[in-house]
Design a binder for this molecule. Structure first.
Ligand SMILES: C=C(O[C@@H]1C=C(C(=O)O)C=C[C@H]1O)C(=O)O
Length: 473
């Protein structure tokens, strides 16, 4: 055990856990209260500092802004092919049945649920939408707090109903800041982390790449994204919030996320929907780099990647399939030239696609339409999905699935859960994932090295890399 108690305010009832289909039919009633935090209220603390030393946390932080949360007021769960649609309906019904007060009305204020969705329709892993008991958010205009509690029985639904008792936001923030400053320093690792093989060892994974190449050469698919996993036991029990702080400091331009034990620092924004405007970032095509590379070495790598025929083909397939998926949903789609995205562990070919969503399609419906993209599954989707299932030898769980948040009117932000791992029990071992797009002319050794580079953010945060390779500051 990590020694850090999960967040639980005295007197709060057990979290309400419901199957999404049941919640859609008989929605739970929550009460949400958002208040602005006064300027300077965070007292110099970063959002992720509020999670240090804690388990049962949620996170969605990019360049120091976003949402962090604690506890669970409600958990909605679903499995199978209809999981995203069931969760969407359940959340919509919950919002309709709930009371809230939100004087700010900005993205991320008011009722918000965070979610993590299994990659495959056939996964044994549950897909969830979770409402934290407390959220602290920050954007360029300031910070806020939202609390969620169960609504009293009898009040009318909707924003006009009876408010429930909410904790005092000022006192709650003071308590969070105090616990954060008392939490042990996140820097040093005491013991050595143990890294064990996952579903396939390295030789078997290279053989899986071989088989995949053969099947592609025979015409079965044009691109297939294969992944592998390792099991990491940190040298000391690490609370989830402590791991997140390390990820956020080492990879600030990524989205440091955590929902229900799935956590990581993803560079790939599946979609952001705000004011009907949609943004989606497609990453495909990768060069590995080392944190100690000189600028001229990085420039060489960048030139190699931008000129690599194989990587450009791989990127073009992923980009085209994202545009194709968005066209029927948007009145306008724009896809400017691809660019180079630099991260501490890898360089990627990247395309930022923007659009204006037609009608009232919400973020979760768009997630359902886009997932799984060619960047994490392949082209054509059906054939690539079959090959993955047959050769990868594992259930991906929520790895490479959508992770993000949705608000009261269906807008929100969703990434693809990459550079990630899953924790089954607080303080316990972490299953870390990494994958890469396989093309008919891929080299299995290169692809294996690429998966290692993509595991580096998580391995570094778990103390399983030499310190020089962590990118940690
Ligand atoms: C599959 C992963 O990454 C994806 C595959 C990429 C590639 O093959 O070049 C690049 C970015 C991601 O879309 C992963 O990080 O595990």
């Amino acid at each position: 055990m990590s020694g850090a108690a999960p967040f639980r305010r005295p007197g709060t009832p057990r979290p309400l856990t419901l199957a999404a289909a049941e919640a859609a039919a008989r929605p739970p009633r929550l009460s949400f209260l958002t208040t602005a935090l006064p300027p300077g209220a965070l007292d110099g603390a970063e959002l992720l500092d509020l999670l240090t030393g804690r388990d049962d946390v949620v996170s969605w932080v990019h360049e120091g802004r976003g949402l962090v949360g604690l506890g669970r007021a409600l958990v909605l769960g679903a499995r199978g092919a209809g999981r995203i649609e069931e969760l969407r309906r359940a959340w919509r019904a919950t919002v309709y049945a709930s009371w809230w007060r939100d004087p700010l009305v900005r993205p991320g204020t008011g009722p918000v649920a965070v979610g993590t969705i299994a990659f495959s329709d056939r996964s044994a892993a549950e897909s969830v939408l979770l409402v934290p008991e407390v959220i602290v958010g920050a954007d360029e205009s300031g910070a806020w707090m939202t609390t969620a509690v169960r609504a009293p029985v009898g009040g009318a639904p909707g924003a006009g109903g009876a408010p429930a008792e909410h904790p005092d936001h000022g006192a709650l923030l003071a308590e969070l800041l105090e616990t954060a400053s008392a939490a042990p320093e996140a820097g040093a690792d005491r013991g050595r982390a143990l890294v064990e093989l996952g579903a396939l060892d390295e030789a078997d994974w290279r053989a899986a790449v071989d088989v995949t190449r053969e099947r592609m050469r025979a015409g079965e698919a044009r691109k297939v994204v294969l992944a592998r996993d390792v099991l990491v036991t940190p040298g000391q029990a690490l609370p989830t919030g402590t791991i997140l702080g390390r990820l956020g400091r080492a990879y600030p331009s990524c989205w440091t996320f955590a929902v229900d034990g799935m956590l990581g620092a993803s560079p790939e924004m599946l979609l952001r929907l705000a004011g009907r405007r949609l943004t989606s970032r497609v990453l495909a095509g990768t060069a590995r780099r080392h944190p100690s590379d000189t600028p001229s070495r990085t420039a060489e790598l960048a030139a190699w990647l931008e000129g690599s025929e194989k990587n450009n083909r791989e990127h073009a397939l992923a980009r085209a399939s994202a545009i194709e998926a968005l066209m029927p949903l948007c009145s306008v789609v724009e896809a400017p030239e691809r660019f180079l995205l630099e991260l501490p562990n890898v360089l990627h070919l990247a395309s930022d696609i923007t659009g204006v969503v037609a009608g009232d399609t919400g973020a979760l419906s768009l997630v359902g339409a886009l997932h799984p993209t060619a960047a994490v599954c392949g082209t054509p989707r059906g054939a690539a999905g079959r090959i993955i299932e047959e050769v990868e030898g594992m259930d991906r769980g929520r790895y490479a699935g959508p992770v993000g948040w949705v608000d009261w009117h269906g807008e929100g932000e969703w990434c693809i859960a990459l550079r990630s791992g899953s924790i089954a029990a607080p303080g316990g071992p972490v299953r870390v994932f990494g994958g890469g797009g396989i093309m008919p002319d891929s080299d299995p050794d290169d692809e294996l090295a690429e998966t290692r580079a993509k595991m580096r953010p998580m391995l570094g945060a778990l103390g399983a890399l030499p310190i020089a390779e962590t990118g940690r500051k």
